[in-house]
Design a protein around this ligand. Structure first.
Ligand code: CA
Length: 230
């Protein structure tokens, strides 16, 4: 059974989220502050963490940062809860590496769907054991080991960034719309989250440095990975 840790200091929201995830068949642990949550993470190593941004003491941003700095917990996907839409850019990837976000107030159903989508894609990517290294210019990617190299050095990518890069590379030379990418990488069956894609592409390009030009923006449509060096 998939383990979810929910970190939220508002008891009503915590209970509502716990109830709905439990109904969806997930094994739910809860924490009302980041200190206890960080302890639980080490103990239970959850498959996904649902983390409120505004917490007393250590806030959600700091907690996220701590998790991403720890090799033991770096891979655990994080779904952020936020009351402020303006925070979205910061939350998703830019500096923190959260995998997704939901803006309050949210419907329990949407939250459950997002959590399930995150679980599907983190498990889908770790279970694929076919193919060896793919090499594209300075980028090498090992699908099975979930590893990417840039000029031979390991690229520190979040699970979502890796899946995004892999998807673009596997479909190189072909334009991918934001909806295509949402569907494949995020597992959403609905559109309207194009900004999530843009934010992750931006972060991925930053990590690729000079190699960022391999990911082309096709204006008004989406993104395309080059087939060959320009
Ligand atoms: Ca809160």
């Amino acid at each position: 059974m998939n383990k979810v840790l929910v970190v939220e200091d508002e008891p009503d929201i915590l209970e509502m989220v716990r109830y709905n995830l439990d109904q969806a068949g997930l094994d739910v642990e809860t924490a009302e502050d980041a200190e206890r949550a960080l302890q639980s993470v080490q103990e239970i190593l959850p498959d996904v963490i649902i983390l409120d941004l505004m917490l007393p003491g250590i806030d959600g941003l700091d907690m996220c940062r701590q998790l991403k700095q720890d090799a033991r917990t770096r891979h655990i996907p994080i779904l952020m809860l936020t009351a402020r839409k303006e925070e979205v850019d910061r939350i998703v990837g830019l500096e923190l590496g959260a995998d997704d976000y939901v803006v309050k107030p949210f419907s329990p159903r949407e939250l459950v769907l997002r959590a399930q989508a995150i679980l599907r894609r983190s498990q889908g990517s770790s279970q694929s054991t076919t193919d060896a290294w793919l090499h594209l210019g300075p980028i090498s990617i090992d699908k099975a080991a979930h590893q990417a190299l840039l000029n031979g050095d390991p690229l520190e990518l979040t699970g979502t960034e890796f899946k995004l890069l892999l998807t673009l590379i596997e479909r190189r030379g072909r334009v991918q719309t934001r909806d295509d990418l949402l569907d494949t990488v995020w597992g959403y069956e609905y559109s309207g989250y194009g900004r999530t894609v843009d934010t992750h592409i931006r972060r991925l390009r930053e990590k690729l440095g000079e190699a960022c030009e391999w990911i082309e923006t096709v204006r008004g449509v989406g993104y395309r990975f080059r087939r060959e060096r320009v």
